[in-house]
Design a binder for this molecule. Structure first.
Ligand code: AR6
Length: 176
């Protein structure tokens, strides 16, 4: 499913964040120390090879809502944006931190001239953020940021399950 806001296209697809060869930057659901972990981070570090952790580690630790950028190493993307989501029920206020993360990740993409960016459903796995709430925050933040984007022209949400895809498609339809 696709929608456009001005010059920016937003789409939701089901898939694997490590298999988005047509986008400039992929966003990693990182941990504070920017080390390989489970979930998205584990998959990204496995696909990128050990050079990614070597480049990322000295940039940490980061706080919830923050993001840093590295090269893509063996991934098919120029950049990986490592973003730390809030742990639901612990890092508060969750919605503000998650929204800040999306804004920071988009700002890094823009500073580096990325035209296309792919996001997983950050914080909704190990960090326990309810998928519907997280999808709302993500899509609303993007709608509010879209007008100010200068280089980014495509934002893709890559969802692992059909249920996560449904939640994002609903939020996309309501917001855009
Ligand atoms: N492609 C797209 N989505 C995926 C993939 C993939 N390859 N693998 C999992 N997902 P999570 P978090 C989905 O737990 O909640 C790590 O250990 C998954 O189904 O990766 O932000 C880090 O090191 C879920 O919907 O991220 C941190 O410590 C979503 O991606 C911590 O987990 C996010 O799940 C971060 O937790």
């Amino acid at each position: 499913m696709k929608r456009t806001a001005g010059a920016v296209t937003v789409e939701c697809v089901r898939g694997d964040i490590t298999a988005q060869g047509d986008v400039d930057a992929v966003v990693n659901a990182a941990n504070a120390r920017l080390e390989p972990g489970g979930g998205v981070a584990g998959a990204i570090h496995r696909a990128a090879g050990p050079g990614l952790a070597e480049e990322a580690r000295p940039l940490g630790p980061i706080d919830p809502g923050e993001a840093v950028i590295t090269g893509g190493h063996e991934l098919p993307n120029r950049f990986v944006i490592h973003a730390l989501g809030p742990v639901y029920g612990q890092d508060r206020p969750e919605a503000e931190l998650l929204s800040r993360l999306y804004r920071n990740a988009l700002a890094l993409a823009e500073e580096n001239g990325a035209v296309s960016v792919a996001f997983p459903a950050i914080s909704t796995g190990i960090f326990g953020y309810p998928i519907e709430e997280a999808a709302d925050v993500a899509l609303r933040t993007l709608r509010d940021a879209a007008e100010g984007l200068r280089t980014v022209r495509l934002v893709r949400f890559v969802l692992f399950s059909e249920q996560d895809l449904d939640a994002h498609e609903r939020a996309l339809a309501e917001t855009f």
